[in-house]
Ligand binder design. Structure first.
Ligand SMILES: [Zn+2]
Ligand SMILES: [Zn+2]
Length: 168
């Protein structure tokens, strides 16, 4: 029976749990899934928001099992999880942000440069454009990544409020 994950953008059926998939990947590199790596992959799999390495480290240290997680291990494991196709890495304003890739539908982001919020969206129209562009270049597209940067609705209304207050 395929496993499914429940995300805001829907579900994608996957054959293996993130831990199984990670173990399989590590094996191809002649590595083992150590206890430390297991704790990290399970913690990441249980949290679905976007995060950076320091947030993950802080989150792990709040748990009994992850209390002793070291910074180098966290950074190394994150890089391995990206290589294994479990996580996707984005660099936003110099900060590396990670999110689930395995079992998560293709989507794009709006990034607010004021509050750093990431808003997810998926657009069939955009997918069609990517397909058409790829076809034009006899290219077999596999994935695309689009980040629209700007200012979110909340930050825009705060800004106009403070501008209004300046005037009075
Ligand atoms: Zn904002
Ligand atoms: Zn996302």
């Amino acid at each position: 029976m395929p496993l499914t994950s429940d995300f805001s953008l829907g579900k994608v059926a996957v054959a293996l749990t993130p831990r199984e998939r990670f173990a399989e990947f590590l094996q191809t590199r002649g590595k083992r899934i150590t206890r430390q790596r297991q704790v990290i992959v399970d913690h990441v799999a249980g949290h679905h928001e976007h995060f950076d390495a320091e947030q993950l480290l802080a989150g792990l240290r709040r748990t009994t099992e992850g209390a002793k997680a070291s910074r180098p291990t966290v950074y190394r494991t994150l890089a391995e999880m990206v290589d294994a196709g479990l996580l996707r890495k984005m660099v936003l304003g110099g900060r590396a942000v990670y999110e689930h890739d395995y079992g998560y539908p293709q989507h794009d982001h709006l990034h607010c440069t004021t509050c750093q919020r990431l808003i997810e969206f998926s657009s069939a129209e955009l997918a069609r454009i990517c397909d058409a562009v790829a076809a034009k270049h006899q290219f077999r597209g596999r994935a695309h990544r689009l980040i629209i940067s700007g200012i979110c609705a909340d930050c825009r209304s705060n800004k106009s409020k403070s501008r209004h207050q300046d005037r009075v």
